[in-house]
Write a protein that binds this ligand. Structure first.
Ligand SMILES: Cc1cc2nc3c(=O)[nH]c(=O)nc-3n(C[C@H](O)[C@H](O)[C@H](O)COP(=O)(O)OP(=O)(O)OC[C@H]3O[C@@H](n4cnc5c(N)ncnc54)[C@H](O)[C@@H]3O)c2cc1C
Length: 290
């Protein structure tokens, strides 16, 4: 069943996120992970869109290949950064011609070295504008980003929820969260979003943890919080033990989300699918995604 049909039925989806690599070794890793993705019978995969430069063309090339050569239902990310409406239209047209079923419509982060998002003079200021444009002009399933612990530029989560509702009203079919580790923060966000009228399915973006060292980076990227049991479980363990604990934590986090009606699990693979595959295998052993 296509994932766009599964979501409204309340059947949880399973998906992976990839990015276009910059080096030949990176492409090797990615292709191994894509082979793994095929074996996992995922509902879809997604490919991120860079802040600028040649990786953007690689996203378009890669999505065409994953969709049409590997047969993986693919969601292409697209951002407003540095693009006029006309350019965005041409990109969307090309994605449509390649039969890409879904777009993750984003404003995007500023390119490296710039601290603020600059609106292109002929472009869009917010994801909501891009979502509305796609809805009016194309037939894609539209995904949007959401932030259980607040977007870094947002004064508070209530404001973010209001923009998530606007994303829904403009045409988003579902949302995927920023990475988070504290399920209680997510449930709080989801309850408040529902109270504010958000009805679209919200898929959890889950990052497999490999080490204690990574947590600082995750926090600076996303502003997420870490439950004590995650920090304590990683402390006083060697590298291999930390990676094992991270997988067990991921399995338990996803199982709890699935028990509490999550719309789907989207694993941020960072192009290395081993940990994500172990999490899925652990979930299948517990009776999920069978
Ligand atoms: C699932 C997911 C996938 C992502 N993939 C990518 C990717 O491929 N490439 C990439 O560069 N980045 C990606 N990002 C990061 C994302 O681009 C950044 O978080 C970016 O800063 C915000 O994008 P957005 O689409 O949420 O923007 P917006 O929804 O436009 O939000 C940006 C800020 O503006 C505020 N805001 C939103 N709408 C309005 C409005 N209508 N009026 C006024 N203020 C508003 C929000 O509160 C927020 O503070 C992803 C994030 C997530 C969660």
């Amino acid at each position: 069943m296509p994932f766009s049909n599964k979501l409204p039925k309340g059947t949880p989806t399973l998906s992976y996120e990839f990015f276009p690599p910059k080096t030949p070794e990176g492409w090797g890793l990615l292709y191994n992970s894509l082979e793994d993705a095929k074996r996992e019978s995922l509902d879809f995969i997604s490919v991120t869109y860079g802040a600028g430069g040649s990786t953007r063309e690689k996203t378009l090339e890669l999505t065409g290949r994953t969709q049409n050569e590997l047969g993986l239902d693919t969601m292409s990310h697209l951002t407003c950064v540095g693009h006029s409406k006309e350019e965005l239209h041409l990109i969307l047209q090309s994605l449509s011609e390649q039969n890409i079923p879904a777009i993750m419509a984003l404003r995007g982060d500023p390119p490296q070295g710039q601290s603020n998002f600059t609106i292109h003079p002929d472009g869009f200021a917010h994801a909501t504008d891009l979502i509305a444009y796609i809805k009016q002009n194309f037939c894609f399933v539209i995904g949007a980003a959401c932030y259980p612990e607040g977007h870094t530029e947002s004064p508070n989560v209530t404001q973010d929820i209001a923009y998530l509702k606007l994303k829904q009203d403009k045409g988003a079919d579902f949302a995927v969260t920023q990475l988070f580790f504290d399920n209680s923060a997510f449930y709080h966000f989801r309850d408040n979003a529902q109270k504010a009228g958000v009805q679209i399915p919200i898929i959890a973006g889950i990052m497999p943890v490999k080490s204690l060292q990574q947590l600082d980076r995750f926090r600076s990227l996303s502003g997420c919080s870490f439950p004590n049991n995650l920090i304590e479980g990683l402390q006083n363990r060697n590298e291999a033990e930390q990676a094992e604990f991270g997988i067990e934590f991921g399995i338990q986090q996803c199982a709890d989300l699935l028990d509490n009606g999550i719309a789907g699990i989207h694993l941020y693979t960072l192009n290395r699918s081993e940990a994500s595959a172990r999490i899925i295998s652990g979930l299948r052993d517990l009776g999920y995604f069978r």
